[in-house]
Design a protein around this ligand. Structure first.
Ligand code: NAP
Length: 256
């Protein structure tokens, strides 16, 4: 029997990792054998995800940072590099919604969404890319959404999520020669606090809302955070090195 080459230990950063999709990604990547830095606005808020990972025998670090804060991002990424090793896997997952129809959307609702999704992904990617280029290996996964194709009441969010797709394709072109891939996951309807808040806003119970959504989804159910974590696990794997600049819709059915 020939020995298979062992993949080097990798360190991943998952933004918005304290809950929802980010928490599922963080625990999945840790189970895959990566050391995981769980970044979120509130360091304390990351504690339960870090505890879950470490109690399962993994390595994790909680880091409190606002991804739209340039100095904070630089400090956070250097802290991860110093305490866990060079971050060569980055999952830009942090996100917010500030939904409203265009005529009622405030400038601050527009700016807040752009700042977290687009500026945040830009600052995090720029801070991490030097570690990836030095290692001549890296994986960037940016979290878009089916809303990138347009969604009533989400002019800000749809624009940011579509923008992330162009951003990611450009990173894949610029960084490919350094062994770095960049891909997008565009989730469909996933059960998290974000989608529970949407149901609440329109005044129906989450169960009723989810059942209505499921009727329009070919696989007949809404998504779970673990569905997105599985796709992320593949895209950051050693074997996915020839997959770059792609938008992977994880939505229980086809998207144009
Ligand atoms: P979520 O439950 O609201 O979690 C988002 C996390 O991001 C929260 O922990 C939040 O922290 C954190 N965050 C917000 N602003 C941040 C900032 N400036 N810096 C650092 N962390 C920040 O949302 P989710 O449903 O898991 O969504 C995760 C990602 O998937 C988002 O990008 C979202 O747009 C995308 N997505 C979700 C769905 C869905 O159906 N759920 C579908 C398509 C795409 P706080 O708790 O402190 O606010």
């Amino acid at each position: 029997m020939t020995d298979q080459p062992t993949a080097p230990a990798r360190t991943a950063i998952v933004t918005g990792g304290a809950r929802g999709i980010g928490a599922a990604i963080a625990t999945r990547l840790a189970a895959d054998g990566l050391a995981v830095a769980v970044l979120d606005l509130d360091e304390q808020g990351c504690a339960s995800v870090v505890a879950e990972i470490t109690s399962a025998g993994g390595r994790a670090l909680a880091v409190g940072v606002d991804v739209s804060d340039e100095a904070g991002v630089e400090t956070a990424v250097e802290r991860v590099a110093a305490e866990m090793g060079a971050p060569t896997v980055l999952v830009n997952n942090a996100g917010i919604i500030r939904d409203n129809m265009l005529f009622k959307m405030t400038t601050s609702d527009w700016d807040a969404v752009m700042n977290v999704h687009l500026r945040g992904a830009f600052l995090m990617s720029r801070a991490c890319q030097k570690h990836m280029v030095e290692a001549t290996w890296g994986r960037i996964v940016n979290m878009s959404s089916v809303s990138a194709q347009g969604n009533r009441g989400q002019a800000n969010y749809a624009a940011a999520k579509a923008g992330l797709q162009g951003f990611t394709k450009t990173l894949s072109i610029e960084l490919g020669k350094f062994g770095v891939t960049a891909n997008v996951i565009a989730p469909g309807y996933i059960e998290t606090e974000m989608t529970r808040a949407t149901a609440e806003r329109i005044g129906v119970s989450f169960e009723e809302f989810a059942a209505g959504m499921a009727k329009g989804i070919p696989v007949g159910r809404i998504g779970q955070p673990e569905d997105i974590a599985s796709a992320t696990s593949y895209l950051v794997s050693e074997g996915a090195g020839f997959v770059s600049g792609q938008v992977l819709y994880v939505a229980g059915g086809p998207m144009d």
